[in-house]
Design a protein. Structure first.
Length: 427
């Protein structure tokens, strides 16, 4: 991990390097996924089972877990985990319930009525990885806002373990979050089954949740047939720190994201050269104690950097340009700068609000835009699971007042049938 002096050019070369990670999926993978999608669309459950055997090495002991069966997994998990998952769920619920929108209607004295109807999607599918990449926290982050939005049915798909059984932590999280039904299937075949529906797996309106490159590619290819949350890129953290920050904290936070993936990026912007050097020293010391040392070191070497800035204004300007997934402000007065952060998925203020707090517990969603898309995308929220319809009611008298304007506009666009629809009512 190198230290770079900001000069208006060197630091922006880093952005170009990071953009290379977000390239299109390998064409070989796209071809494989297209084949899987076509197979599931044509042959349904038969194809799903065939791909499950081919890619997972066998069939699960049980294909479907009903809602009433999920509660039993709460008895299988560690008591401390059970307490933690319930506390996290309560925090996530408390945060997201404030996002809920209401339908509305306005009436005017002339008889015109207009409004907007807000309602939850009918059915949503949540993809949850299994095995070593099992994330119970993602179950909560996806299911809880869907529940608040009023989604009628939440379906979860997750691959079974090598023993043919589901990960009990994931299933316990599903019970706490209110998932309605779980299907033991993973990979691109699970995404295709949710998109098209099979005799066993129902068709959904939207698919959310993380997955490997095959899952991400399937979501991207099926967007339009079904809605998706986003095609997520590698994880990112950007920390802005002044001389008062603790280098041990900074090192730990940088590595907390680097351990995700060799493509993850961890960047520190600081106004202190001494802090930059001390943080590097801390990384070297701490990384030797971590299980995913090899991944962390490769990530930091290829996509990590410490940039020394002239002042905090320069650092914030660069942060807005990078538009990171996670942004930590480890500075004396973080609240002074929050209003100037325009592009970031989630912002962590001060030295006692590390990124894992948001990943697991605080309440804001951890499904965040990556690869610079925080410039125009938002975190997953209750809004992600609703749809809106507008409605209009006009009286004859009010339409008569508006008819000439409508006819003029329609004819200016060459849409004479539109104009005729208005004219016919007043002949």
């Amino acid at each position: 991990m190198k230290i770079t002096k900001a000069n208006g050019k060197a630091e922006y070369a880093l952005i170009e390097n990071l953009k290379k990670r977000a390239g299109e999926a390998d064409e070989k993978i796209v071809d494989i996924v297209r084949g899987i999608i076509a197979g599931v669309k044509e042959n349904g459950d038969e194809a799903v089972l065939e791909y499950t055997v081919r890619f997972d090495g066998g069939l699960p002991k049980k294909t479907v877990v009903e809602k009433e069966e999920l509660a039993q997994y709460l008895e299988e998990v560690d008591e401390d985990f059970k307490t933690a998952i319930i506390n996290a769920k309560n925090n996530i619920y408390d945060f997201h319930q404030r996002q809920a929108q209401q339908s509305w209607m306005t009436t005017q004295s002339n008889g015109i009525i207009m409004g907007q109807r807000v309602r939850g999607l009918k059915r949503v599918g949540i993809y949850v990885p299994g095995g070593t990449a099992a994330y119970p926290s993602s179950v909560l982050m996806n299911a809880v806002p869907a529940k608040i939005a009023g989604v009628e049915e939440i379906i979860m798909v997750t691959p079974p373990g090598k023993n043919g059984k589901p990960n009990p932590n994931i299933m316990a999280a599903a019970a706490v979050a209110g998932v309605d039904k779980v299907f033991m299937v993973g990979g691109a075949q699970a995404i295709a089954a949710l998109a098209y529906g099979t005799a066993i797996i129902p068709k959904v309106d939207k698919i959310v949740g993380p997955g490997n490159i095959f899952v991400a590619t399937a979501k991207r290819l099926l967007y339009g047939i079904v809605d998706i949350d986003m095609v997520a890129g590698p994880s990112e953290i950007l920390i802005v720190a002044d001389k008062t920050a603790d280098p041990a904290f900074l090192a730990a936070d940088l590595m907390s994201q680097a351990e995700h993936d060799v493509l993850a990026s961890a960047i520190l912007l600081t106004t202190s050269t001494d802090l930059a050097r001390a943080t590097l020293h801390e990384i070297d010391r701490q990384v030797k104690l971590l299980e995913r040392q090899t991944i962390i070191e490769q990530s930091l070497e290829n996509y990590g950097e410490i940039i020394v800035c002239e002042n905090l204004d320069q650092a914030i300007e660069f942060a807005n340009e990078l538009a990171p997934e996670h942004l930590e402000l480890c500075i004396t007065e973080p609240l002074k700068y929050i209003g100037r952060v325009d592009n970031a998925g989630s912002v962590f203020l001060g030295n006692w609000s590390p990124e894992p707090l948001g990943d697991y517990y605080a309440g804001p969603n951890h499904v965040l835009p990556t690869s610079g898309t925080a410039r125009f995308f938002s975190p997953l929220s209750v809004d992600s699971f609703i749809k809106k319809s507008s409605f209009i009611y006009y009286t004859s008298a009010e339409l008569r007042k508006a008819k000439d304007d409508i006819i003029t506009l329609a004819e200016s666009e060459g849409l004479t049938a539109h104009a005729n629809s208005i004219k016919k009512r007043f002949e």
